[in-house]
Design a protein around this ligand. Structure first.
Ligand SMILES: Nc1ccccc1-c1cnco1
Length: 245
């Protein structure tokens, strides 16, 4: 997978050189190219924004620098890549694990990170007329720009790219994976810490009982924290992989 990012704060994306994604980049599983939008702004002040047409507070990002930056990226794309351009936006479709799984199958993603009061609408219209464009929100709160949203999405998508996570099994039993239930509470050694014990069942070695307990915990936690995720069908489903044995 190739990922291009356009931003006036390219330094935000140094975070993508760390940890799992950093290793995936070193192994050539994911290519990440970060572009400074100001490199596409050629006036004396390298300005990327201007006052809003129609008046109002704040500034709007000018279309010309975006046009030059995105034309450059799309012009260099592999002939059959069909890049998907994603603009993080509070007005976008809400990002979910299902969307992350879909996007993990893409060969080329381009993230356009807007700031200020947003990007001139004609940028979205221009690229939607030439290819695939999606506006995506990571939740109902206000950020100062799209960079943090892009990093969150790139992490959620990148970890699903085949080969990035060593043990693909670890991708299954997680919150919002597999059946949409939240994950069960986790414990490790010591068995007792400050008079707080690990639940006995987890030390029993009875894997069917452990799976059943973990499923009960997932259902209880989901019903308490995110009742809207709980479906009647989930309540009837059998416990985990050991149940059949
Ligand atoms: N608030 C924002 C401002 C600028 C670009 C994206 C966002 C955003 C994305 N998801 C939630 O908010």
């Amino acid at each position: 997978m190739r990922i291009d990012v356009v931003s006036i704060f390219p330094g935000y994306f140094d975070a993508l050189e760390l940890s799992l994604l950093g290793k995936a980049r070193q192994r050539g599983l994911i290519e990440v190219h970060v572009h400074d939008l100001r490199d596409s702004a050629h006036d004396k002040h390298r300005s990327v924004d201007d006052t809003p047409a129609g008046g109002g507070a704040g500034m709007v990002m000018k279309p010309e620098p975006w046009g030059e930056a995105l034309d450059g990226i799309l012009g260099e794309a592999e002939p059959d890549a069909d890049p998907l351009v994603i603009f993080p936006s509070p007005a976008g479709d809400v990002f979910t694990q299902t969307m992350a799984r879909e996007l993990a199958d893409e060969t080329h993603l381009v993230f356009g990170c807007g700031r200020y009061e947003g990007i001139d609408q004609r940028v979205f219209d221009e690229y939607a007329s030439r290819g695939r464009v999606r506006l995506v929100s990571i939740g109902d709160y206000v950020l100062n720009g799209g960079e943090v949203a892009a990093i969150a999405m790139i992490e959620a998508i990148g970890r699903l790219v085949p080969g990035v996570v060593g043990n693909p099994e670890s991708l299954v039993e997680e919150s919002h994976e597999e059946d949409g239930l939240l994950e069960y509470p986790s414990f490790t050694k010591p068995a007792n810490w400050r008079d707080r014990s690990v639940p006995e069942v987890l030390l029993s070695g009875n894997h069917a009982a452990i799976d059943a307990w973990r499923r009960e915990q997932r259902i209880e936690r989901t019903g308490r924290v995110r009742p809207e995720l709980l479906s009647r069908e989930m309540l009837g489903r059998p416990p985990g992989r050991h149940a059949a044995e």
